[in-house]
Design a protein around this ligand. Structure first.
Ligand code: SAH
Length: 215
């Protein structure tokens, strides 16, 4: 067994110990080669349970946070998901094994372009990406059964709530500053009534409105 495979098994066991129970979520994480989503200097740390830097000053989340948010999202094979914050593409790749279709938005063109190349190389055909401000959602593809946001907004973006289907779930970090953020669950019931719950304290890069200016 190669080194990565052994480290990957150790990581999956650690995620189980940390309380991740959904076996579909755990096997989706097992199927995605995290080393492909990480800059060359950090590749040997791909299966440590830590966040790592990616290009454009962003981060790929800690595997536990990816697993936790994915589990809370309750992905199902018939579901259509919106992800805000493509970043490395790792979270989208995990979701692509669990949902019918993944729509992922990123405000840095360079990150979006790299993620698309990777999805092609890994033959993840059910992911569609777009360069755009995820704070405004993806009107042409709405409504969504599930929405996951991987950057923290100061408040729950109202447009994203509008773009949720009845019976929909949105998982997102919310908070005014890095030291004061929580993962929240927003649900919309069959009558359109919206409920918000705080799940867990967390630290994410900020959700920034507008496209990134790249040099
Ligand atoms: N899901 C990513 C995590 C990347 S970090 C992964 O698995 O690697 C969060 C990402 O959100 C960053 O790439 C950042 O540029 C992006 N982001 C921040 N604000 C955004 C916005 N308003 N619209 C789209 N993407 C945004």
């Amino acid at each position: 067994m190669d080194n990565n495979a052994a480290q990957k098994i150790r990581l999956i066991m650690e995620l189980r110990r940390q309380g991740i129970q959904d076996t579909d979520v755990l096997s989706a994480l097992e199927r995605v080669p995290r080393e492909e989503f990480i800059p060359p200097t950090f590749k040997d740390r791909a299966y440590e349970n830590i966040a790592l830097p990616i290009a454009s000053g962003q981060t790929i989340s800690q595997p536990f946070i990816v697993a936790y948010m994915t589990e809370q999202l309750r992905p199902e094979s018939r579901r259509k998901v919106l992800e805000v914050g493509t970043g490395s593409g790792y979270q989208a790749a995990v979701l692509s094994h669990l949902c019918r279709r993944v729509y992922s938005m990123e405000r840095y063109r360079s990150l979006q372009v790299e993620a698309v190349k990777l999805f092609e190389r890994l033959k993840l055909m059910n992911i569609t990406t777009k360069l755009g401000d995820g704070y405004r959602g993806w009107k042409e593809q709405a409504p969504f059964d599930r929405i996951i946001v991987t950057a923290a907004a100061p408040e729950i973006p109202p447009v994203l709530v509008d773009q949720m289907n009845e019976g929909g779930i949105m998982i997102l970090p919310v908070g005014p500053e890095p030291s004061d953020q929580a993962i929240m669950r927003v649900t919309k019931d069959a009558t359109g009534h919206v409920t918000e719950e705080e799940l867990m304290p967390v630290r994410f890069v900020p959700l920034v409105q507008g496209l990134a200016v790249e040099t």
